[in-house]
Design a protein around this ligand. Structure first.
Ligand code: 16G
Length: 262
């Protein structure tokens, strides 16, 4: 047994029969072990069976404690490889002056970007989509909803809508929406972004692997072609503990126009 597992077991052994329900005691012990640094970010938790044997409690009790800790963001579960202490988030600094894609932003930072598809299909446009994209009631849209992941950490949920006349088959988008739009000459050249603060509900918190109610940034991006036509309407939720959006501000010139670059 390695050192890490030995230390964790030491912290788990004193789950006793007294007082609070056993799963709550185990949960508290694991939380304490993380807080005291006995197990650090990214460390693997021993298997359910080993914890149950060491603490002399049932596997159902262990599962309940672990599931609660996954829900509250202390632990993360990776299918097929086990349960780990949640990695400490390196904050991503994102400029608000460049129109880039998630894939490009992550590549620039040397991070591997991937997406988990939440929805991808053709729909009739909602009133909001009709208004923003300038469509009539009979027109269709391609909707693409993705959990955006960098280096295996979920960072954002993005729900993009593109007119179906521009993107008739949303399955043409594989890794990057902007790459797919660029192939048909529809990559946006300008965008307006609105950022507001919200607290996460249960479903979104689970997808982003953070506690329910966590602070996050809700972003609405409306992107334009050079012709001035709106091409993209995307509503996103970005993790508040992961992102800093940075804007450069300049003094206005004497005529109230934007100042010269220095
Ligand atoms: C960015 C954009 C999003 C765009 C996506 C395309 C924000 C808030 N959002 O994440 O509007 O759809 O990039 O990324 O910046 P992709 O080309 O990698 O699919």
């Amino acid at each position: 047994m390695d050192d890490g597992a030995e230390r964790i077991f030491a912290a788990l052994r004193d789950v006793s029969q007294s007082g609070a329900p056993l799963y709550l005691q185990l949960k508290k012990n694991i939380e304490e072990a993380v807080k005291r640094g006995l197990i650090g970010p990214g460390d693997a938790l021993p298997s359910e069976r080993d914890i149950a044997a060491q603490a002399d409690i049932s596997r159902v009790t262990v599962r309940k404690a672990v599931q609660d800790l996954v829900k509250s963001g202390v632990l993360v579960q990776r299918h097929g490889s086990g349960t780990f202490v949640a990695p400490r988030m390196e904050r991503v600094e994102q400029s608000l002056s460049r129109l880039t894609s998630f894939t490009e932003d992550m590549a620039r930072r040397g991070m591997a970007a991937r997406s988990q598809w939440l929805d991808r299909g053709i729909y009739t446009a909602s009133p909001d989509e009709m208004m923003v994209l300038g469509l009539s009631a009979s027109e269709l849209v391609s909707r693409l909803s993705r959990l955006r992941i960098a280096d295996e950490t979920p960072l954002a949920i993005e729900r993009a809508t593109i007119s179906a006349s521009v993107l008739p088959d949303p399955h043409e988008v594989t890794s990057s929406l902007y790459l797919a739009l660029g192939k048909t000459g529809h990559r946006p050249v300008r965008a307006v972004q609105r950022i507001s603060a919200v607290n996460l509900g249960e479903a979104e918190a689970q997808l982003l692997a953070v506690p329910i109610g966590s602070a996050c940034l809700q972003i609405e991006r409306i992107s334009y072609l050079a012709s001035g036509k709106v091409i993209e309407f995307t509503k996103s939720i970005y993790r508040g503990d992961a992102y800093d959006f940075v804007a450069e501000l300049r003094l206005p010139g004497p005529d109230g126009q934007e100042g010269e670059a220095t």
